[in-house]
Design a protein around this ligand. Structure first.
Ligand code: AOF
Ligand code: ZN
Length: 357
């Protein structure tokens, strides 16, 4: 199963909206007969790749697969039928498929047909390699990561607004990698005005450039910003009901997709539902603290990547990355699980998960 996970991860960030999946076929003495993994949406599933060269598998063969085999017709036919056709007698499954179209039915179908199926082997690892898939397939909303670069005391800028740079060059390279690991990247209007970021991944070799998303309730953003001028990727503006028809028309003429909420101030949850309908399964929020704060208040954030430098800003007026959450009791504040610490140059990168991820 560990090998199946390793295989699955070779396609990490390349299979959206599908999960990463690995499969290994071994004989009775544990010798590997074949391997496979899911390469991208629309391509054959891991089991299909592992089983394709067999008319029927040897009598004692065991198929290890990191995710429950599917039992439905999606872009490809059900893997359960193939497993039965190739006469696999024993299947070991990492975790069940949370996809409501599958969720236990794959395992049931195999068992009904006399296949011996064990489940829950390396279950946590098999589940956690698909955090994006697990969220979007169940909720119909993209997986959201908030990213911030902060001082040791959690500030993102001096009180004056001066912010370049709090963390080092290597953290910025890592931040760019995070961009292409998400399907969309979002900022608030203030960050657009302050930093005019390009919102592209200019360091890692990953071929995918994320969709750029800007939240601006009033819809008024500068036409000279990179967001409007640079047309190399899809751009979405999330606006409130107050946006002027003229502004909307001008942005659309520049190729920007404009999503207008029925409310004056679009809620993050509303926007996520719209973005999911537009094909986005994961989104990185890069700031500012107001947008991140709104997203946390609405319980819309799944993961936090915090780049922390050794600098102390030490000013009451300087903003913290998390914005204002308006919670009075310690028992009610969000309590994240601190999952990973990486040393990046002179900085640290913390990866944390919000509850229920
Ligand atoms: C598997 N093995 O390697 C993958 C599975 O549209 P399709 O046909 O590619 O089906 C996609 C769904 O199939 C996806 O939502 C998930 O439930 C399952 N993915 N299943 O048995 C695989 N990638
Ligand atoms: Zn399948």
């Amino acid at each position: 199963m560990r090998r199946a996970i390793e295989l699955a991860l070779t396609a990490q960030f390349r299979t959206d909206p599908n999960p990463v999946v690995g499969a290994v076929l071994v004989d009775g003495s544990g010798r590997t007969l074949a391997e496979g993994f899911h390469q991208k949406a629309g391509a054959p599933h891991a089991e299909v790749v592992a089983l394709e060269r067999f008319e029927s598998v040897p009598e004692d063969a065991i198929l290890f697969v990191s995710l429950e085999p599917c039992n439905h017709h999606g872009k490809t036919p059900p893997c359960t039928e193939l497993i039965l056709k190739k006469k696999v007698k024993k299947v070991v499954v990492g975790c069940l498929d949370p996809n409501p179209q599958v969720s236990g039915r794959g395992v049931a179908r195999l068992r009904e047909n006399g296949v011996s199926v064990s489940t829950g082997v390396c279950e946590t690892e098999c589940r956690d390699i698909n955090r994006v898939f697990n969220k979007h397939i169940v909720t119909g909303m993209p997986y959201v990561t908030a990213k911030a670069a902060t001082s040791l005391d959690g500030k993102t800028a001096m009180a004056s607004g001066e912010s370049q740079w709090i963390t080092g060059d290597l953290s910025r390279v890592r931040g760019h990698m995070l961009r292409s690991q998400h399907q969309a990247i979002a900022i608030g209007r203030q960050t657009l005005m302050d930093d005019n970021p390009r919102l592209t991944d200019r360091y890692s070799a990953h071929p995918y450039q994320p969709v750029r998303v800007v939240y601006a309730s009033g819809g008024n953003i500068p036409f000279k910003s990179y967001f409007v001028v640079d047309k190399q990727t899809r751009r979405v503006l999330i606006a409130g009901s107050g946006i002027s028809g003229n502004m909307e028309k001008k942005l659309v003429a520049e190729g920007v997709e404009v999503m207008i909420s029925p409310d004056k101030r679009p809620s993050v949850i509303w926007s996520l539902a719209q973005l999911y309908k537009a094909g986005i399964c994961s989104m990185l929020i890069e700031g500012g603290s107001e947008l991140i704060g709104s997203a946390i208040r609405e319980q819309a954030v799944d993961q936090l990547c915090l780049f922390i430098s050794g600098k102390i800003i030490g000013d009451w007026q300087a903003k913290a990355w998390s914005g204002y959450l308006g919670i009075e009791k310690l028992s009610q504040v969000p309590h994240l699980s601190l999952d990973q610490v990486e040393k990046i140059g002179e900085d640290l990168m913390l990866t944390c998960y919000f509850p229920n991820v």
